[in-house]
Design a protein around this ligand. Structure first.
Ligand code: SF4
Length: 274
């Protein structure tokens, strides 16, 4: 079966609301999980304690919550990464669907992704409720809805970005022209990849005041280049809080072998200032 472009499918059916029959949606999610061999209901969001990357607190100390779907065609039915490249797909599968993850974790993501594709309004109601509850519990959170996907949430469920006390941020491989600016309510970092046009697309993001992530061939313990394409490079290896970065900066990462950060594209740049 050919997998369907998840964000396109959702955008055609949406946008989806954050208020509605939450109890019904939760019952349907519970039933869907049972149909797929689970004991019942489970939260959609991963809390800060459930993921090493999310556990890295930001400069503001906001707890990170993340939504992890099945990267690429991991759900078989839906492709959650419209702009993925061969290299990032390979790295992502290695990290999120290979030896690093238990089959039970992989399956749970697949089931979650299938529920989003088949019952998007239910999914968004539950997601909004979990975000609100987490924000209330902590007095504010950071949220990453595309931990391993590239869904245009600003089109699928724009009301999510009006929820109180939540700093939304994500990485994307989409050109700047393909993502909508929500006036600072959704911080996006463009991930440079191996595609020939990727560097030019990165400069477009930077020219618009956006952020880009670049993996450099800098080894651990060594300084990253000070600039890339004339833009300031900051050391982004210590946290995932990209929304705290100044406008028009490059989030520099050090290459970390085959499992290097998939959201950075797995494409290594020379460790010299440009
Ligand atoms: S790196 Fe991003 S775009 Fe590429 S497969 Fe992984 S989640 Fe999808």
């Amino acid at each position: 079966m050919e997998s369907r472009n998840l964000t396109k499918l959702l955008e055609e059916q949406g946008p989806f609301e954050v208020e509605g029959d939450l109890v019904g949606a939760m019952h349907r999610w519970d039933a869907f999980r049972r149909e797929n061999g689970y004991a019942g209901y489970a939260p959609l969001l991963t809390p800060p304690s459930g993921n090493l990357k999310l556990a890295k607190l930001t400069a503001y100390g906001l707890p990170n919550y993340g939504l992890t779907l099945s990267a690429a065609e991991g759900s078989e039915e839906f492709d959650a990464c419209t702009w993925r490249t061969p290299m990032c797909t390979a790295a992502c599968v290695l990290v999120t669907a290979g030896k690093a993850s238990l089959p039970s974790v992989v399956k749970a993501r697949q089931v979650k992704t299938q529920f989003l594709g088949r019952a998007p309004q239910d999914f968004v109601l539950i997601l909004a409720a979990e975000l609100k509850a987490a924000s209330l519990k902590h007095g504010g959170i950071a949220a990453r809805l595309n931990v391993a996907s590239d869904v245009r949430w600003e089109r699928v469920a724009p009301q999510l970005f009006e929820l109180e006390g939540i700093r939304f941020y994500d990485y994307t491989k989409a050109p700047a022209s393909q993502r909508d600016d929500l006036g600072g309510r959704y911080h996006l970092t463009y991930s440079v990849s191996e595609r020939p046009r990727s560097e030019a697309e990165a400069v477009e993001w930077l020219d618009r005041g956006g952020s880009v992530a670049v993996v450099f061939a800098t080894t651990r313990g060594h300084e990253l280049p000070s600039t890339w394409k004339g833009f300031q490079v900051i050391d982004a290896d210590h946290d995932d809080g990209r929304y705290t970065d100044p406008p028009a900066t490059v989030a520099g990462l050090r290459a970390k072998g085959a499992g290097r950060r998939p959201e950075a594209g797995g494409f290594v740049k020379e460790a010299v200032a440009t």
